[in-house]
Design a protein around this ligand. Structure first.
Ligand SMILES: Nc1ncnc2c1ncn2[C@@H]1O[C@H](COP(=O)(O)OP(=O)(O)OP(=O)(O)O)[C@@H](O)[C@H]1O
Ligand SMILES: [Mg+2]
Length: 376
């Protein structure tokens, strides 16, 4: 087993103007499960392929353990990859599929059988060893693909969206299995996904990429509680954090947008500079809001568009009553400009068309610079 280090690692595809991975600095500890997350095109697969040696590193270095592998061939790196589109050999049994790479590598038959059977036990595949892939469920096939990687006993596992072919329920089951398996085996793992829920539930730490640039790396809790910028704030958490641009009323120690007003800490006010043009970006998660009785200072009036009852709690979707919303979200396909989401206890009696008043709970406010997007 080994640690992994990206040291200012950069990949510029031939003909591209901008790097797809830009001076990536990332240390993955021996045995750690690190999840690389980010929107489509942010450079996740490229970073993974650089580590695997399938993609050149144009600048910087990549280390596995103490060894500089920047110019090493994929074979010399002792890495096993599981891709989204893992193709199993249809004419081979599960046993043959799992042992194939070892057979090619000239490993003795007894040793292949030992490793395959051990992996099959780990993955709960023992009773399927003599079946062909077509007689397996999607989840079982996915585990065979994992098994092929495991039997190689690599120093590092790389997984690129290995669950995206599975339906939602199976994905939830399998992600738990992969996380448990990784913990048991203790093999350093870099796992790519664009699903932030997967990231939050699986990883020891999460690294967030956007446009090839590392935004933040930390534990799920750190990213959720203290996102370093507006991008991470909007990306991590589901439903997403509400984010909007407010006017700063320094004299009143508050921020305003339409009829909404939010008190600001002196420390936050101090962080606002001339570049911010008298504005500030504020974020509050749906679960950081609570309903209060009437309109009052320091509340947000929300006109309700619809209510989603989930049994355990409900989500109220609405917009700023009286208008005046100013967006500050990440502006990608998932964001819904002007929408405010409030989590409430179930059966709160809130209905479409109501105007409710929400207050941000203590510690629930995130403030960012309008000019830089950085956390204040
Ligand atoms: N072989 C290539 N040649 C040129 N450009 C490429 C190549 N592969 C990827 N890119 C570009 O590099 C950027 C990063 O791509 P990459 O595949 O790493 O993104 P990703 O984060 O894995 O996205 P997704 O979530 O869609 O898989 C994109 O802008 C992409 O168009
Ligand atoms: Mg990809």
């Amino acid at each position: 087993m080994a640690s992994v280090t990206f040291d200012r690692a950069t990949r510029i595809y031939p003909g591209a103007k901008k790097p797809s991975v830009d001076k990536l600095n990332l240390d993955i500890a021996d045995g750690e499960f690190l999840v690389l997350v980010g929107p489509s095109g942010s450079g996740k697969s490229t970073a993974l392929r650089m580590l695997a040696g399938l993609e050149d590193t144009d600048e910087g270095r990549i280390l596995i353990g103490e060894r500089d592998v920047t110019d090493a061939s994929p074979k010399e790196r002792d890495i096993a990859m599981v891709f989204q589109n893992y193709a199993l050999y249809p004419h081979m049994t599960v046993r043959e599929n799992m042992g194939f790479a070892l057979k090619i590598a000239g490993v003795a038959k007894d040793e292949i059988n030992r490793r395959v059977e051990e992996a099959a036990t780990t993955l709960d595949l023992t009773e399927y060893l003599d079946r062909k892939p077509k007689a397996l469920s999607g989840g079982q096939r996915q585990r065979v693909a994992m098994g092929r990687a495991i039997v190689r006993e690599p120093q590092v596992f790389l997984m690129d969206e290995p669950l995206s072919n599975l339906d939602a329920k199976l994905r939830v089951q399998t992600r738990t299995q992969i996380a448990n398996l990784q913990r048991r085996m203790g093999v350093t793992t870099l796992y790519v996904t664009h699903d932030q829920t997967e990231a939050l539930t699986m990883g020891d730490r999460i690294a967030v990429l956007n446009f090839g640039v590392l935004q933040q790396v930390g534990t799920p809790r750190e990213l959720y509680q203290a996102p370093v910028n507006v991008f991470v704030a909007g990306f991590i958490g589901s439903p997403a954090m509400n984010l909007a641009t407010f006017d700063v009323d320094a004299a009143a120690g508050a921020a305003r947008m339409g009829r909404a007003s939010i008190p600001l800490d002196p420390a936050v006010l101090d962080g606002v500079t001339a570049e911010d043009g008298g504005q500030i970006i504020l974020g509050f998660r749906p679960e950081a809001l609570e309903l209060v009785d009437g309109e009052a200072e320091h509340t947000i009036p929300v006109e309700v568009d619809f209510v989603e009852e989930l049994g355990s709690d409900s989500y109220v979707y609405g917009h700023l009553a009286g208008g005046g919303w100013r967006d500050a979200g990440r502006g990608d396909e998932d964001s819904n400009p002007g929408q405010i989401v409030v989590r409430t206890p179930p059966m709160s009696g809130v209905r479409e068309g109501d105007v409710i008043h929400a207050r941000i709970k203590d510690g629930g406010l995130h403030a960012f610079s309008r000019a830089t997007g950085r956390r204040l």
